[in-house]
Design a protein around this ligand. Structure first.
Ligand SMILES: Cc1ncc(COP(=O)(O)O)c(C=O)c1O
Length: 358
């Protein structure tokens, strides 16, 4: 950039959004690159949004989002003062990093993981300490613990991890909690918690009740299917919530998003049924690909990870040719979201044209 600016900005990678579905003649195209929910919003949620008087859009939203905060507090059995909303959980994580880390400070997290982490940390002026995942895509707990030092200001655990879809066990999370100094916060990023069927998974809210330094981030974007409206939240100690609110983007969560979140919390059972359908589709795809001979981590999210390494680009091109946009990490692998059954059929079909390496 020709204008005076912070040097750190030149080192920050731009966030790469999942590509839109490609148009390919003879194929119906699908976007399965962004871990979105393929279901359209439930009718009751649409109705709630529609009922919001358009004559109110000259007014700012309730900045604290009290109605949603109170509902979430009841849901999680915490005080409303322990909940903070954000424009997606991306903003909530940003608030937390802004609160605790600046120049000279370190934030530890697994890598690969959610690609917003390095951007958020660098923007705060802090340093990312990325701990490479184990070969099976799971967090390297020993590596995370070994990286803790006097400069550590935050440890992020992503359960299930984006993009590898692996789950963190109770034991692994406890080990991190026991190793982390009690004045260093540990963030449990649980954007995909509703899809986590791992029997011995760590649960952020259980940890929150056991340790004083846990923050849990969740979102309405994935299981609730409200990605386009942008609303997420954190459960955190009261003083952390107060701090996060100071650095939050004012009025970032619209009335529309708040209304849709409330309406979604009213129809939890219908949403759970949709999650179940997606899990059944996930299992179907996993079984089919394993039958083809592919080896990949057991997924515990609404997506899965194919560690194709040097074959990644070749396979990725085949997906595009079939009208499917997937998330490609060149040289590492492909992350594929569970989409409409037809999209999932396409995934199975594309992969059947390749032979797994022995
Ligand atoms: C691990 C993880 N955390 C957080 C988010 C943030 O989602 P949102 O900002 O839509 O709530 C995502 C989105 O892809 C994610 O993958």
């Amino acid at each position: 950039m020709a204008f005076k600016h912070r040097a750190i900005i030149d080192t920050i990678p731009s966030y790469k959004q999942g590509k839109p579905a490609p148009t390919v003649e003879g194929h119906k195209s699908f976007k399965i690159s962004s871990n979105e929910n393929p279901f359209q919003p439930l009718p009751s949620v649409v109705k709630a949004i529609e009922s919001l008087s358009l004559s109110r859009i000259n007014r700012y939203p309730d900045m604290r989002g009290w109605q949603v905060v109170e509902r979430l507090a009841a849901l999680h059995d915490v005080k409303p003062e322990q909940i903070v909303l954000g424009c997606g959980s991306t903003e909530v994580i940003t608030q937390l990093v802004q609160l605790v880390a600046g120049p000279g400070d370190e934030v530890i997290y697994p890598w690969r993981s959610f690609e917003a982490y390095p951007i958020i940390v660098a923007t705060a002026g802090a340093e990312s300490i990325q701990i490479p995942n184990r070969p099976d895509g799971s967090h390297d707990i020993d590596g995370i613990i070994a990286a803790i030092n006097d400069r550590t200001r935050l440890i992020i655990l992503n359960n299930p991890n984006n993009p590898t879809a692996t789950a963190l066990t109770v034991d692994e999370a406890r080990r991190v909690m026991e190793a982390a100094p009690s004045d260093v916060l540990v963030l449990m990023d649980e954007a995909y918690i509703q899809f986590n069927t791992s029997a011995d998974t760590a649960v952020g809210m259980d940890l929150f009740r056991q340790y004083p330094n846990v923050v849990v981030a969740q979102t309405f974007s994935k299981a609730y299917g409200l990605a386009g409206l942008r609303i997420g939240y954190a459960v955190a100690p009261e003083d952390v919530v107060d701090g996060m609110r100071k650095v939050a983007l004012p009025f970032a969560v619209t009335d529309l998003a708040q209304k849709a979140a409330l309406a979604s919390l009213d129809v939890q059972e219908e949403l759970d049924a949709r999650v179940k359908q997606l899990l059944a589709e996930r299992d179907r795809v996993v079984v089919a690909l394993r039958e083809q001979g592919w080896e990949f981590p057991q997924p515990y999210a609404n997506f899965f990870w194919l560690p194709l390494q040097e074959r990644t680009d070749e396979v990725a091109a085949a997906f595009v040719g079939y009208g499917l946009s997937v998330r490609v990490f060149s040289g590492e692998g492909i992350r594929i979201s569970i989409g409409e059954p037809e999209a999932n059929d396409g995934v199975i079909e594309v992969m059947s044209h390749f032979t797994p390496a022995k």
